[in-house]
Design a protein around this ligand. Structure first.
Ligand SMILES: [Ca+2]
Ligand SMILES: [Ca+2]
Ligand SMILES: [Ca+2]
Length: 201
C-alpha cells in the first residue's frame, strides 16, 4: 500500500533546482544522496562520501544508474541522472572530483576531454597540450627530415629540420630533397622548406 506524503510535491517547472529546492525533498532517501551530489554541483562541497547512493522515491521507486559521476534523482514520472558537474558541456566530469569516472582534465574547455582525437597548435588553460587527458602531451609530427645521397638518387624523408619541434612551436619543415648539381649532391633546394607549427594532444 502506498504511503501518502503530507509534503508538497516537487514542481519541476517552477522549482528549477528541484534536487534540493523543493520542500518534499523530491522523495529522496536522505541528505547523502542526490542532494549531496547537487551541493557538489553547486560548489558548496568538495567531496561526497557516497555520490552513488540510490534515491528512494516517495512512491517506492528506486533511482540508481550505478554510476558514481551522476546523481540519482527522482522525478514525478521517472528518474534523472545528471552529471555531478560539467561546466564546459563536453559530457565529462572534472577530474578534480577524484572519482575514477571523473576524467575531464580541463572542465573549462570543451576541446579537452578523454577520447579527443584532434591535435591543436595552442595550449589549453589547465591541461596544457594534453587535450585527451591521458597524462601525456603527444606530438603529431615526429619525423626528422632525411636528405641523403643514395644509389638511385636522393634518399628523402619529409620532416623537421634537425629536431622535432615542441608543442605549439613553429620551426622549419623540409618538403623537398633533390640533387642540387648532379649526382652525389642531394640537398634541400630553395623553397624546399616551410614554417610549420607542431600540433599536440
Ligand atoms: Ca566537462
Ligand atoms: Ca573539458
Ligand atoms: Ca594526451
Amino acid at each position: 500500500m502506498a504511503t501518502l506524503s503530507l509534503l508538497p510535491a516537487c514542481n519541476l517547472l517552477t522549482d528549477v533546482n528541484h534536487f534540493d529546492g523543493c520542500q518534499a525533498n523530491c522523495g529522496e532517501a536522505g541528505p547523502q544522496d542526490a542532494d549531496a551530489a547537487m551541493r557538489i554541483a553547486d560548489g558548496a562541497l568538495a567531496t561526497d562520501a557516497d555520490p552513488d547512493e540510490a534515491s528512494v522515491c516517495t512512491d517506492g521507486r528506486t533511482c540508481d544508474d550505478h554510476q558514481a559521476c551522476t546523481a540519482n534523482v527522482c522525478t514525478p514520472t521517472g528518474c534523472e541522472f545528471p552529471l555531478l558537474q560539467d561546466n564546459d558541456g563536453d559530457g565529462f566530469v572534472p577530474s578534480a572530483f577524484g572519482l575514477a569516472c571523473a576524467t575531464d582534465c580541463d572542465d573549462g574547455d570543451p576541446k579537452v576531454h578523454p577520447g579527443q582525437t584532434q591535435f591543436f597548435t595552442f595550449h589549453s588553460e589547465l591541461a596544457e597540450f594534453d587535450y585527451d587527458c591521458n597524462g601525456i602531451q603527444e606530438k603529431r609530427f615526429t619525423t626528422v627530415a632525411v636528405c641523403q645521397d643514395g644509389p638511385s638518387g636522393c634518399k628523402f624523408t619529409e620532416g623537421w629540420l634537425e629536431k622535432v619541434a615542441g608543442c605549439g612551436v613553429t620551426a622549419k619543415w623540409v618538403t623537398q630533397c633533390v640533387e642540387l648539381s648532379g649526382k652525389g649532391t642531394c640537398g634541400v633546394p630553395a623553397g624546399g622548406m616551410i614554417n610549420k607549427v607542431q600540433e599536440c594532444r
